[in-house]
Design a protein around this ligand. Structure first.
Ligand code: LMR
Length: 396
């Protein structure tokens, strides 16, 4: 009965992890999937997470289901982390948070919520964007469109075209944004540009949907949230999808959250009821362990401080790799200027390499990156920097 089912191509990002694992060459370099690696190429468990797990092992007394919306302490701790303790949406209890299986789970719950409550709304994403964005919204039956974002020649946000594009979006549609560390380009708007974008969203009555998967990897936890705060002004309702996969290195625990910020506390209960209906018909209720870890760390001042320090260390190592890559490429004396890599933020940059060059790097040098030329800077290390840059110079 299944003989007519067609074979699909591998996932453009996670499919590469499988290809890297199959590659027997010992010198292989993986700059594909967005995971942090230390200078030895490892993705260790954070120390604050180990301590929290130790405590949970000793104190956990049951494996009963969590509520549909997830762990209550976790859900209380998420909005102040996203918006700041004194943000009016936090102090006025205008946030409805559900714990989700990772940031992808948050996006899918958001997509189903949009389909149920705004059935005619389209979702607009940046061109380019994370390849899973269009898939998630299409899978929920939501139409997907793209707005202009990136200037590939200047390797920065094309602000004039972005503004122009946003002004064409029909009122009531959903505007999907990456508030910091744009995936895949690494090019973010400035604080002033974010203000303008939020003005446009408010004027045009668009629903901001903020994919905030890399909080803390740009300039810092609070600094990276600046754009999020712009879209949570009085009178605006927005959806924030956040993730602890990256900033807590809890990749396989699948812990994230969807926070709906509403403009009147009376809307919290109906919105929460809709979110719960989506969750119940999708995965019933979320797994507990990852959320318990996050809640344990965030509730304990000394563990929380340890987390800040470990996150700062990850961020600073990525910045170091950005400078080292730009410097080493310039030493290779190619015609191509890679200094832009230093000014971009987060794990990713668009290298500007063509699909043919990406293929050559994979086949001839065992260097893996996404076909569109996206590199994960967090996959670089001091030891692999010279061979990496020499290989790139060889295919240019
Ligand atoms: C990425 O963009 O590499 C990460 O967000 C991992 C993923 O699920 O694609």
């Amino acid at each position: 009965m299944f003989e007519a089912i067609p074979l699909l191509p591998p996932d453009p990002i996670l499919g590469l992890t499988e290809a890297v694992q199959r590659d027997p060459r010992p010198h292989k370099i993986n700059l594909s999937v967005g995971v942090y690696r230390d200078d030895r190429g490892q993705t260790p468990v954070l120390r604050c997470v180990k301590v929290a797990e130790q405590r949970l092992l000793e104190s956990e007394a049951t494996k009963l289901y969590l509520p549909i919306e997830g762990l209550p302490t976790f859900n209380r701790l998420v909005p102040p982390l996203l918006l700041g303790d004194s943000h009016p949406a936090v102090t006025e209890n205008r946030c409805a948070t559900v714990q989700t299986p990772g940031g992808t789970g948050a996006l899918r719950v958001a997509a189903d919520f949009v389909k149920r409550n705004f059935p005619r709304a389209q979702v607009w994403h940046s061109d380019p964007t994370w390849p899973n964005h269009p898939q998630i919204f299409s899978a929920a039956g939501v139409s997907v469109r793209a707005y202009a974002y990136y200037d590939a020649t200047r390797r920065e946000v094309d602000f004039a075209r972005l503004v122009d594009s946003l002004q064409q979006i029909p009122a009531g549609d959903v505007l999907l944004l990456h508030p910091s560390c744009h995936n895949p380009t690494g090019a973010d708007p400035t604080a002033e540009q974010w203000r303008t974008l939020a003005d446009i969203a408010a004027e045009r009555r668009l629903i901001p949907l903020l994919d905030f998967a890399y909080q803390g990897f740009g300039s810092g936890l609070a600094e990276d949230a600046e754009a999020v705060r712009q879209f949570c002004r009085p009178g605006m309702a927005s959806l924030i999808c956040s993730s602890f996969s990256k900033n807590f290195a809890l990749y396989n625990e699948r812990v994230g959250a969807l926070t709906a910020v509403v403009d009147d506390p009376a809307q919290v209960e109906p919105v929460m009821s809709q979110l719960k209906a989506v969750v119940r018909s999708s995965y019933s209720n979320p797994p507990a362990h990852g959320a318990q870890i996050v809640a344990t760390v965030l509730s304990d001042p000394s563990l929380r401080q340890q987390w800040y320090d470990e996150l700062r260390h990850m961020r600073e190592r990525i910045q170091l790799m950005r400078s080292a890559f730009a410097r080493t490429m310039s030493e290779c004396q190619t015609q191509r200027d890679f200094s832009f890599i230093q000014h971009q933020r987060g794990m990713f940059s668009f290298s500007g390499l063509t699909p043919v060059q990406v293929q050559q790097l994979r086949e001839q040098h065992a260097i893996y990156m996404v076909n569109n030329g996206r590199i994960n800077v967090a996959g670089m290390s001091g030891a692999t920097m010279a061979p990496l840059c020499q290989a790139i110079a060889a295919v240019l």
